[in-house]
Design a protein around this ligand. Structure first.
Ligand SMILES: [Zn+2]
Length: 321
């Protein structure tokens, strides 16, 4: 079977994605996430749709919604907004940091096998609907498996161990890519090692946030040397650093020869989306501001195209023998 990308509106050939930001948040329902950080909440259909329409108008073709099942993901709105805006959306099954779940969550009660079956079902049959809508099975499917490593690592507690086991099993079974949220101080190399030992190719992993979790050029280089994708999404996330520092890390990685492994995104929250009140940016920030900014620094159109159009085709494909 040839490779394809699984979007919420159907399977597509990887070449049809166009400009693709690989880690965003388009919808997030009221959930434990909001209690942890109130910026993690955007359930207004019209506002999120307006962001997607602006993204599309600026040249956006596809986007990854990084919120996993049971964590406030709103699968039915993703499908509806994708159909209406024309932006292809890749949704996530999998898990986030355990702090984002209530104590009685499925993830704490079920076994690794049961959780793996949930992830596989979401990729192969259909995603569960949002909590607001009761957990019924929808027709639209997830296209990637989100995982999250806390600073204490995979083996810090039995829940993370179980969740990572489930994610690895589901990835091997379905051929879907695995996104990894890397928390500050967490060891990304350890995660790569875990999945590789399970039999997954490093090129099936998307390591997220290393541009803020470990702003250390040597460490980023070491992670890229494993062959995993490096997804940078601290662009205009000014509480961490400015865009010059972001550009310096990207330029270092390009100079070191990792252009084919680089992915970009904004990791949006409601504070960074114009339609929810942000003053200086929306989902179209990379297209309208960051690409010209990088070009002004001497990074050619072709390189930006590689990171934003070509690499997502490889990173997001579902590869099944
Ligand atoms: Zn995120």
């Amino acid at each position: 079977m040839s490779d394809f990308v699984r979007t919420v509106t159907g399977d597509v050939s990887p070449e049809t994605l166009g400009h693709c930001q690989c880690h965003e948040h388009i919808f997030l329902e009221m959930d434990k996430s909001y209690e942890v950080a109130p910026v993690l909440y955007m359930d207004d259909y019209e506002k999120s749709l307006a962001e997607l329409n602006d993204y599309r108008a600026a040249g956006g073709g596809a986007i990854v919604d990084a919120q996993p099942v049971l964590g406030g993901r709103m699968a039915e709105l993703l499908e509806k907004a994708s159909a209406e805006s024309g932006v292809k959306i890749i949704a996530s099954t999998g898990f986030h940091k355990t702090v984002f779940y209530y104590e009685d969550s499925y993830i704490f009660k079920k076994s690794a096998d049961e959780i793996a079956r949930l992830y596989i079902g979401e990729i192969e049959e259909g995603m569960l609907s949002s909590k607001q809508d009761g957990a019924k099975r929808l027709n639209c499917r997830a296209g990637q498996i989100k995982t999250a490593i806390d600073k204490n690592g995979i083996h810090a507690d039995a829940t993370y161990e179980k969740l990572f086991e489930a994610a690895a099993d589901a990835a091997l079974y379905t051929g879907a890519p695995v996104m990894v949220h890397i928390e500050q101080e967490a060891d990304a190399l350890h995660v790569v090692d875990f999945f590789v030992k399970k039999g997954l190719g490093p090129e099936r992993l998307l390591l997220c946030h290393l541009d803020r979790a470990r702003y250390d050029f040597g460490y980023n280089k070491e992670c890229a040397q494993t062959g995993a994708f490096m997804e940078y999404d601290t662009i205009h996330r000014l509480k961490y650093h400015d865009d010059v520092k972001e550009a310096e890390l990207i330029e270092f990685m390009l100079k070191e020869g990792f252009a084919a492994q680089m992915l970009l995104g904004l990791d949006t929250t409601n504070a960074r989306l114009r339609s929810y009140g942000a003053k200086d940016m929306g989902l179209d920030f990379i297209l309208k501001t960051f690409i010209p900014f990088m070009e002004g620094r001497g990074i050619g159109k072709q390189i930006m195209h590689e990171m934003l159009v070509v690499n997502p085709q490889q990173a997001l494909k579902i590869s099944k023998e």
